[in-house]
Design a protein around this ligand. Structure first.
Ligand code: HEM
Ligand SMILES: CC(C)=CCC/C(C)=C/CC/C(C)=C/COP(=O)(O)OP(=O)(O)O
Length: 305
């Protein structure tokens, strides 16, 4: 510890130290992705309840998911610290930049996940606790540890982890998993490949440097673009299925059709640009981040009217 000139500089030193540590712990939970995961959970709860469920269930279910997915994200960062250090996009993360130690992140991730189990089991119901643990296992063990470094199908199979929140939200309100929740799961499952591959197209050098067999690296840009179009088509069809469960009105079908067609169109446009220009790939990625909240908002709106 440095020598301090006065009490004031000592206090400032500690305030800065605590602030940096808090920022590092916050960053390892991948907070921006959490917002989307929590939003899809909340929407599923509202569709299941046809309005906002009781405050205790809503807040505990949101807290439980935030803890389980934040803890899983920390374990992903712990396991991937070697490859994160090699990639332009991720080399400034708390672990590669040395602002936190690997052991601290490991313990933090495991503690958050254990706390999540407790919160969901006690304040929501055992099914949501089990689903959150399955989601965490899927993301950390199946995606991060097993598939990510082995196969270009990594995000197709592993992407299922990010699709758990609607199942958790639905189970929190109803106590079971029903068809509409499974369709919401399938929507996020189909959305993940075009969401991620559009970004991977213009980040493929990063993945190649780290030796990760993401689709554009392992199979090339053309194949990645064609597969994205196919998944965007499947996404439109899957999202339409919700209408036939009688949980949402015809308005949803119209909106899902419109936003889905736009997604397909953008993925098709990527086919017409050269494999070294990424204007449409970047637009597709940006649109993927708008598509999901829009679709889920219209699920709530059309379930309520
Ligand atoms: C295996 C599946 C997925 C992979 C590989 C993936 C990968 C990525 C990557 C690499 C970024 C860019 C981050 C950056 O530029 O630093 C990103 C952004 C984002 N992803 Fe995904 N994603 C996946 C699934 C999901 C899911 C399921 C959600 C939520 C439902 C989601 C929500 C977001 C959001 C909100 C962003 C923008 C915020 C940000 O840039 O940090 N992603 N994703
Ligand atoms: C309990 C529960 C529902 C858990 C889900 C957890 C979760 C955070 C899912 C989102 C999927 C995701 C962001 C994958 C990117 O990982 P990556 O390692 O490929 O991305 P990176 O290169 O940015 O680290």
């Amino acid at each position: 510890m440095p020598a301090f000139e006065s009490e004031g500089t000592r206090n400032l030193y500690w305030i800065q130290k605590v602030y940096r540590a808090a920022q590092a712990y916050y960053e390892v939970t991948k907070p921006r992705i959490q917002i989307m995961l929590l939003f899809t959970e909340l929407c599923a709860m509202m569709v299941a309840h046809r309005g906002l469920p009781e405050f205790r269930i809503t807040s505990a279910a949101l807290l439980g998911l935030a803890l389980s997915s934040g803890g899983s994200a920390a374990l992903n960062m712990w396991y991937d610290r070697d490859i994160d250090a090699m990639m332009e996009r991720t080399h400034k993360r708390p672990l590669p930049s040395g602002s936190i130690t690997a052991l601290e992140v490991l313990l933090f991730g495991l503690s958050l996940i254990s706390l999540a189990f407790l919160v969901l089991y006690v304040w929501v119901n055992p099914l949501t606790a089990i689903l959150a643990m399955l989601g965490a296992f899927y993301y950390v063990v199946i995606y991060t540890m097993w598939l990510k470094r082995r196969t270009p199908q990594n995000i197709v199979i592993g992407g299922g982890a990010g699709a758990f929140p609607p199942l958790i939200g639905w189970a929190a309100v109803t106590g079971h998993i029903e068809l509409p929740a499974l369709i919401m799961f399938a929507v996020i499952f189909m959305w993940t490949p075009p969401h991620f591959w559009s970004l991977a197209l213009y980040r493929s050098d990063d993945y190649a440097r780290a030796g990760i067999p993401m689709m554009p690296v392992a199979r090339g840009a053309r194949k990645t673009k064609k597969q994205s179009v196919l998944y965007a088509i499947c996404l439109l069809l899957t999202s339409s299925l919700l209408y036939f469960t009688h949980t949402v009105s015809a308005l949803y079908l119209v909106i899902a059709g419109a936003v889905g067609l736009l997604f397909i169109t953008l993925t098709i446009f990527t086919l017409f640009e050269s494999d070294t220009t990424f204007v449409w790939a970047k637009r597709t990625f940006a649109y993927s981040l708008l598509y999901l909240p829009l679709l889920f908002i219209f699920m709530i709106v059309s379930a309520a009217i």
